[in-house]
Design a protein around this ligand. Sequence first.
Ligand code: ATP
Ligand code: MG
Length: 347
Amino acid sequence: MFDHILALYGINQQSSSIQPFGDGLINHTWKIATAGANFILQKVNSDVFKTPEEIDENLLLLKQFLSKYHPDYLFVAPVRSSSGLSLIHDASGYFRLFPFIEGSAAVNVVTKKEEAYEAAKQFGKFSRLLADFEASKLNITIPDFHNLALRYTQFEYACAQAEPERLQAARESIDFITAHRDIVETYKQLVKDPNIHLRVIHHDTKISNILFDANQEGLCVIDLDTVMPGYFISDVGDMMRTYLSAASEEETDLSKVSVRKDFFDAIRQGYMEEMDSVLSEAEKEYFNYSGEFIIYMQAIRFLTDFLQKDIYYGAKYPDHNINRAKNQIALLKGYLAIKTEVNNEQL
Ligand code: ATP
Ligand code: MG
């Protein structure tokens, strides 16, 4: 499979080593070590990304802008093949090659608040440097990805269609979600507000999408497939969802799901060091809302999938998605408690 692809880049497979690399879940990733340089080869998951060409167009537009206005910024863009292609489409799928960032390491779980700070700073820097790029020029690689109003409607539909047994098992979670639909109302207000801007947003700010250097400082942002126009609350909220608790969304012992206030402070500090001068006053008002927006949305998505018999996420065991929904609801409860504390501090 590789010789044909690598040959397009002038790389001889015989004199290279090819190893599966990293812990990415969506695409297939390999490290290609050659005598001259190292690369990352990725096969795009075209079940998730229906139009990889549109991702490629986005990366090219961003690269052009950044190399003109911020040439020192480490933007990990695809390498071009000998014939000038940055995305290869053949019978086995879509492929692209990136320069391997030497001396970098990915972190899979946030254990130190310094990691949260560094990552938030990198994601903030990314949106700051692209603040003057016209976000609407980007293709929307996953339509309605963070459209909470739509997710809520889909949840209501799933409730109406669900089998009684699943409905019964999900009752408490459904009641919690329904009781907190003010979170959806806030989102609807936000999207109508002319002072809330569509920006270039990463939309997948988990910690493994930052590369760190040997001093544990953030080097760059990677995994740019979901970069598209959006609201800053998506990036901040996804960091809150994935960095604040020591336990992951898979944890079923809910006593382990709790929110680390010092990690919240680290995210805010890192992000605002970059974005304070960019965000409008109206946007800043929504900073604390970010976490509940994304955590609530993820709870809805797991719950909806449980009600729809696990068609989207799949399930490794029968109650997998209802357990994930309960986990996110526990996280949301922790988050809302911290938010009250933070709001009081900010008064
Ligand atoms: P996800 O599950 O986050 O969607 P993915 O399948 O889209 O992941 P990436 O996040 O792009 O894949 O890459 C997977 C891993 O490969 C990263 O976490 C990192 O460890 C490594 N990696 C990716 N690109 C590079 C690079 N240019 N240099 C060094 N390592 C890289
Ligand atoms: Mg990734």
